[in-house]
Ligand binder design. Structure first.
Ligand code: PLP
Length: 401
């Protein structure tokens, strides 16, 4: 025990953090010394490398994940008439992007075994209204556990819905479809658009940053236009042409660009993405083993279990979530020992803003029950074995009491 209490006086253990190497720093410095700080060559380089990584045709790099969601909602034409379904267990931006465009948000409750949106509940919600009532759905690969988009696509097609996959937690994650094919998160096979974030706690960190991926050329062009004020210089799109300086603002867009320094950092990070993913899966396995059969700590059903018959795991482990009865007690106890666990998420519909739109506590009981017990444990590639063991010991110590 002494060895562990020694650790507690050392540096804090967060639930997630970035990993910046000398190569990353050199890549940023090189760009700082180049001709372009923004709108330079690193943007397209990062986009192409990222599209390749997730297996999509097109990628558009943007200022952050929330901007990516907003651009997607705009490109799909979300407006005051739109009604869009998402999960209450997500970061609020997944829902907010619909509101930015004036649309209405609806939630479908989660499957308590995975904390992913419950596709049966989505079906019930869709069937409770006439066709055409809903316009789209925004599933989230929560914690890095890929949503079964094949199943969701079938449902979406029956009801004429588009899909934006919020894959912020799942770069490198995948599921195996009914043809036995590996479908990487964000590859655009089943979703119209997918989005990623490069916030420091995410797999690839650029500080702020985001990406949209798609296989749809038309949507891709709209994203490019809306990313830069709705302005184009493309001679094929111009209505007039007055000379070399000429450009046209054809739509109301935004400045959602990401600087070249950050794309250089993203490119450098992307080279280590697979190594990071492998390390995350190792960490998950250690937690799995530690808590298997341990009374008082439940883990989420992983895609490893869900896909056991194929012998594959596609989980990207952005988060490792446990469920405990006395969550606040455990949270406070870990903090006393310099372990900064987190809670993902406070159900979106219980936020004062969404309550002001008419949602109330009790609307999505599975999400609310999940929230009362969930806790995300430290999960990031540079977490040491010693630190992880310390976390496990402290959790068991508290739960046994
Ligand atoms: C991080 C995150 C976002 C938003 O990304 P930002 O880059 O912080 O704007 C959206 N959805 C989910 C699920 C996220 O985890």
């Amino acid at each position: 025990m002494t060895q562990h209490s020694e650790l507690s006086t050392q540096k804090p253990i967060p639930y997630g953090r970035q990993h910046i190497t000398e190569e990353d720093i050199a890549a940023v410095v090189e760009t700082l010394q180049s001709d372009f700080l923004t709108q330079g060559p690193k943007v397209a380089e990062f986009e192409q490398a990222f599209a390749h990584y997730v297996g999509a045709k097109y990628a558009v790099a943007v200022a952050n994940g929330t901007a990516a969601l907003h651009l997607c909602a705009m490109a799909l034409g979300v407006n005051e008439e739109s009604r869009v379904i998402t999960t209450p267990i997500t970061f609020v931006a997944s829902a907010n992007c619909v509101r930015y465009c004036g649309g209405t948000v609806e939630f479908a409750d989660i499957d308590p075994a995975t904390a992913l949106i419950d596709i049966e509940k989505v079906r019930q919600l869709l069937e409770s209204k006439p066709k055409g009532y809903f316009t789209g759905i925004i599933p989230v690969d929560f914690a890095g556990n890929p949503v079964n988009l094949e199943e969701l696509r079938k449902l979406a097609d029956e009801h004429g819905l588009w899909i934006i996959e919020d894959a912020c937690h799942a770069p490198g994650g995948y599921f195996i479809d009914s043809q036995g094919e590996k479908q990487l998160c964000g590859n655009g096979k089943y979703a119209d658009l997918a989005i990623f974030s490069f916030h420091p706690v995410k797999h690839i960190a650029t500080g702020e940053g985001g990406m949209v991926t798609t296989n749809d050329e038309e949507l891709y062009k709209k994203l490019l236009l809306y990313r830069t004020h709705g302005i184009t210089r493309d001679p094929e799109l111009l209505e007039e042409n007055h000379g070399g300086w000429y450009m046209e603002m054809q739509e109301l867009g935004y400045n959602y660009r990401i600087p070249d320094m950050l794309c250089a950092l993203g490119l450098s990070q992307l080279q280590r993405a697979d190594a990071g993913l492998t390390r995350r899966r190792e960490i998950a396995q250690v937690y799995d083993t530690a808590f298997a059969g341990f009374e008082g700590v439940e883990t989420l059903r992983t895609s490893a279990e869900a896909l056991a018959e194929q012998g594959h795991t596609g989980h990207a482990y952005h988060l490792y979530v446990i469920r405990v009865e006395d969550r606040k007690g455990l949270y406070d106890y870990l903090r006393q020992h310099n372990i900064f666990a987190q809670v993902h998420y406070i159900p979106a519909h219980t936020m004062p803003y969404y309550r002001s739109l008419g949602f109330k506590k009790g609307d999505y009981p599975e999400a609310e029950h999940y929230y009362s017990q969930c806790m995300s444990l430290p999960m990031y590639p540079t977490l040491t074995e010693e630190e992880q063991q310390f976390v496990i010991v402290k959790i068991k110590e508290f739960v046994r009491k």
